[in-house]
Design a protein around this ligand. Sequence first.
Ligand code: FAD
Ligand code: A2P
Length: 302
Amino acid sequence: MTICRVLRRKRGFPAPLTSRIPQTVSLTEATVMNEAAAKPAKPHLPDAQTVTSVTHWTDRLFSFRVTRPKSLRFRSGEFVMIGLMGDNGKPLLRAYSIASPAWDDELEFYSIKVPDGPLTSKLQHIQVGDEIILRPKPVGTLVHDALLPGKRIWFLSTGTGFAPFASLLREPETYEKYESVIMMHTCREVSELEYGRKLVESLHDDPLIGEMVAGKLKYYPTTTREPSPLMGRITDNLLSGKVFADLGLPPMNVEDDRAMVCGSLAFNHDVKVVLEKFGLHEGANSEPLEYVVEKAFVGDGI
Ligand code: FAD
Ligand code: A2P
């Protein structure tokens, strides 16, 4: 049995629908059930999925889980378009990295709350049982197929750019392909690291992923505007060599190191310059090389 099948079974898929239908239903009850099924209480959204949990991490960050369309197949690290119905009656959609791994039976997202943002000013109020729109067409460059084989994989992210790595960190292939997995995540303040910190902690306790992670995963969270054990921008910590010294690793080199990048446009630009200095080249699905980049959002930040 593959590791993914084991994980799916371990986490428990819901029982098939037929086994959940009560076996003894009177005619009256059956009629009521049929009428209820024929007339939904409220109209369904197109490509609707139901919210199963919501967690607010700070006043600017939250995560949520939704049901997964049965037909949706994606590669860990990809993104989809999700949203809500706009006031004009048209879908209001935005790109979102899927934060859960490809084997999970639900989908998880990690989101910013932009105070006046057309989508997130509303999305931040979703509750369990609500519906969101999810277009089942996953795409993206932060996938294992877009990199040449290597010894070490570096996940480099700022802010909500952690989201695709929340997926890849829970993906068994990540640990099968690499000897070391280095997760660098930088935010302005400590509280903004919390979602990532909790997720990384949970990996070590996971009965199945835990064994694969042990000794391989190196987590390097830093802040830039509030004191914390590790400080500084990712670009600075790579260029100064501090992160290599702290983790006991050699400087990046083109033979052994691979990287995936997800952050603001400014971060992505600057970290690319650093990776190129170490001799790495940008790849893509169509031409796998040594690093790949995805935008965490479009714009200058809030
Ligand atoms: P928008 O009008 O879309 O944005 C308003 C402004 O808010 C932007 O100009 C920008 O300055 C700022 N902003 C937008 N998103 C962010 C962010 N994530 N972090 C910091 N500032 C931001 N967002 C997520 O929260 N989680 C994700 O996993 C995610 N994945 C994305 C993947 C891709 C490929 C792209 C292109 C974007 C992704 N985004 C993600 C951004 C997302 O598409 C929306 O921009 C965001 O949800 C805000 O939507 P909005 O309509 O409220 O505001
Ligand atoms: P800094 O506080 O020094 O600007 P933001 O919230 O603006 O998107 O930033 C998230 C994190 O990314 C912050 O810690 C920020 O550091 C860092 N950052 C922003 N721009 C860059 C960049 N061009 N290169 C490296 N790190 C950056």
